[in-house]
Design a protein around this ligand. Structure first.
Ligand code: NI
Length: 170
């Protein structure tokens, strides 16, 4: 497996729309392995989408255990995911491996239902809520060329520069 380079905003390649996966073969499984390693290598990485590593396919990974512990689905591999139902709305803070210097407040559905395939092409159904639902919606946005920056209600009040941790003076 390999850690892949992640595209960073404002790279225009992040705005492209990804195509559905049609071939559930060894190449797909190898890529998903590399994408998983890339997500876990990122600081606080709880999700990643294939277009972030310049592969225009509808594949997202989410694993919010670093934030929620075991109270979630663990690693979700969502190939060709479809949002089939949603309810409620909540504001929450988001970051992104492609936007390393900022976080932002974004409105998302609180509860969602998702249909997706796995790397073998089998169908799965998931219900997610709270932070996990937020992460899935954030990653699915990447498949349509959208970043959380595109969903801020206001750049003035909803965008925050990440704190830089400077080495302490001797
Ligand atoms: Ni992101």
């Amino acid at each position: 497996m390999a850690v892949l380079p992640v595209l960073a905003y404002p790279d225009p390649r992040l705005q492209r729309v990804s195509a559905p996966v049609e071939c559930f073969d060894d190449d797909l499984r190898k890529f998903v392995g590399d994408l998983t390693e890339t997500m876990y290598a990122g600081p606080g990485g709880v999700g990643i989408a294939a277009p972030q590593v310049d592969r225009l396919q509808r594949i997202v990974l989410v694993d919010v255990r670093p934030k929620l512990g075991e109270d979630c689905h663990g690693l979700m591999v969502l190939v060709n995911p479809e949002l089939v139902a949603w309810e409620g709305m909540a504001v929450g803070r988001e970051g992104c491996m492609s936007v390393p210097d900022f976080t932002g407040n974004v409105i998302r559905a609180e509860k969602i239902q998702i249909q997706a395939r796995d790397v073998q092409g089998r169908d799965h159904f998931y219900e997610c809520e709270g932070f996990e639902a937020r992460a899935v919606q954030h990653e699915m946005d990447h498949l349509d060329g959208l970043l959380f920056l595109d969903r801020l209600v206001s750049r003035k009040t909803d965008l925050f520069r990440r704190k830089k941790y400077q080495p302490r003076e001797p």
